[in-house]
Design a protein around this ligand. Structure first.
Ligand SMILES: [Zn+2]
Length: 382
C-alpha cells in the first residue's frame, strides 16, 4: 500500500539551499536500568496520554514498568499498541488508525529497528511527538528523522523522510546490552560503515547527507569517533555481550551503534555500502541476515570499489573478529552466482540510492566486482 500525501523531501526542500545541515534528537539518554526513569525525561512534553508501540512479547516483559514510570514521574497515562513485525505502510496505517480513535498525544516506539521506524512514520503522519526506546543496539534507527519502509515480504521499498528527529531517545543498557549478542554485533557492522560512507559522501562535491545538505565537520567527526571506538572496544564488547555482561566496552559500543552511528550517517551521509545492502534485500537468500550484517559485508565491497585495499582489509578483519559476515557464503550468496549478484547490483543503482554519493560514477559491474573482491579478501583471511 503506497501513501499518497505530499512528501517532505529534504533533498528538494533543503537541497536547493546548498547549506551544510546537521540534525539530531533533542536529547539522548543512556543508563543501565533507565526504564524506571523514562517518565523523568518526558515531563517537558506536557502530554497526557502515550501510545506505546512494541511487539507483544516485549510489552509483556517491560510494558508495566514503562506505564508505571510514565504515570509516576510524568503524570502520563499510557496504552499499549501491538506491533505486527514489519516496518510497512500497512503497519503504519494500522497504528495511525488505532491512535486516531484515542486521545493519545505522543508515541513511544519500544523495540528493534522495524518497531522504531514504524513508530516514527506513524508519529509524523499523526503530527505528534515520538519518543524512541530501543531494545536492541542492532541498528542506527533510533535517532534519525527517517523511516525505512519495507514490503510485507521484507524487501526494501523506500526511505520515508520527515522534518524532525524523534523528541528524545531513551536507551536502557540493561535491556539492550543483554539481548542476544548477535544484535550488538550487527549494530557494529552498521556503525562501522558510518565513517567510510560519510567520508565518501564528503569527498564527492555532489554528495548530500540524509538531511539534504552537505556534511558538517561535526557530522564527519562523529563518524571518525565511531570508527575509532569500534576498532578499540568492539572485539571486547562482542565477548562481553555474549556473556550478557553490560561492561564499559558494551556501554561504549551501544553509544556507537545508537548515537554516533545515528547522528553520523544522517548528518555525514551514506555511500555505496547502504545501497548495496538495499540491493541485497531483493533476494530472499539474504533474508536470514539482519541489517548490520549485510551492511558490514557491503562496506568491504564499497572499499574494494574505491580501491582502498588497506581499509577494506582492516574492516574485513574486524568483521571476522567480532563475528560479522566477511565472506559471501555467510550471506548465502556465491561469487559464481553472477545472476544474483547482478540483480543486487542493479537494485543498488536505482535512482535516489545513496550510491550516487560516491565520488565517482558507479556501474553495475563495479558493484559485482566489489562484492566478489570483498569475498576474495574474506576468504584470504581463513
Ligand atoms: Zn544502517
Amino acid at each position: 500500500m503506497a501513501e499518497s500525501e505530499a512528501r517532505f523531501d529534504p533533498f528538494k526542500d533543503y537541497g536547493s539551499v546548498e547549506a551544510k545541515v546537521y540534525s539530531s534528537p533533542h536529547k539522548y539518554v543512556q543508563k543501565k536500568g533507565l526504564i524506571k526513569d523514562f517518565g523523568t525525561f518526558l515531563k517537558g512534553l506536557e502530554a497526557e496520554k502515550a501510545g506505546i508501540i512494541g511487539e507483544k512479547f516485549l510489552l509483556d516483559i517491560h510494558g508495566e514498568a514503562i506505564v508505571s514510570s510514565l504515570k509516576d514521574k510524568a503524570g502520563v497515562d499510557a496504552r499499549m499498541l501491538n506491533f505486527g513485525g514489519e516496518s510497512s505502510w500497512q503497519e503504519v496505517t494500522n497504528i495511525v488508525e488505532d491512535v486516531k480513535k484515542d486521545s493519545i498525544d505522543f508515541l513511544v516506539g519500544f523495540g528493534g529497528g522495524k518497531t522504531i521506524d514504524t513508530a516514527k512514520a506513524a508519529g509524523y503522519k499523526l503530527r505528534i511527538p515520538v519518543v524512541i526506546a530501543p531494545t536492541l543496539a542492532s541498528n542506527d534507527a533510533p535517532c534519525s528523522a527517517l523511516s525505512v519502509i519495507y514490503s510485507a515480504e521484507g524487501e526494501f521499498e523506500e526511505y520515508f523522510f520527515f522534518p524532525d528527529n524523534p523528541y528524545i531517545v531513551l536507551v536502557d543498557t540493561a535491556v539492550v546490552g543483554t539481548a542476544p549478542e548477535r544484535f550488538v554485533v550487527s549494530g557494529m557492522g552498521d556503525a562501522m560503515a558510518t565513517y567510510y560512507e560519510a567520508d565518501a559522501c564528503n569527498r564527492a562535491p555532489h554528495g548530500r547527507n540524509m538531511v539534504g545538505g552537505r556534511p558538517t565537520m561535526c557530522g564527519l567527526a562523529i563518524g571518525v569517533l565511531c570508527k575509532d571506538v569500534l576498532y578499540e572496544y568492539g572485539p571486547q564488547a562482542a565477548k562481553d555481550a555474549a556473556k550478557k555482561e553490560v561492561t564499559d566496552a558494551v556501554e561504549k559500543i551501544i553509544e556507537c551503534n545508537t548515537l554516533l552511528s545515528g547522528l553520523g550517517f544522517e548528518s555525514g551521509g551514506l555511500g555505496a555500502a547502504h545501497a548495496i545492502h538495499n540491493g541485497m534485500t531483493i533476494t530472499p537468500k539474504t533474508h536470514h541476515a539482519i541489517h548490520g550484517e549485510k551492511v558490514a559485508f557491503a562496506l568491504v565491497a564499497q572499499l574494494v570499489m574505491e580501491d582502498n585495499r588497506e581499509e577494506a582489509l582492516r574492516v574485513s578483519k574486524f568483521n571476522k573478529e567480532v563475528g560479522l559476515p566477511y565472506k559471501l557464503s555467510e550471506l548465502h550468496l556465491e561469487a559464481s552466482d553472477t545472476e544474483t549478484l547482478e540483480l543486487i547490483a542493479k537494485r543498488s543503482l536505482e535512482p535516489g540510492e545513496s550510491i550516487y554519493n560516491m565520488p565517482f560514477t558507479v556501474t553495475p559491474q563495479m558493484v559485482v566486482d566489489g562484492m566478489i573482491g570483498a569475498d576474495e579478501l574474506g576468504i584470504s583471511l581463513d
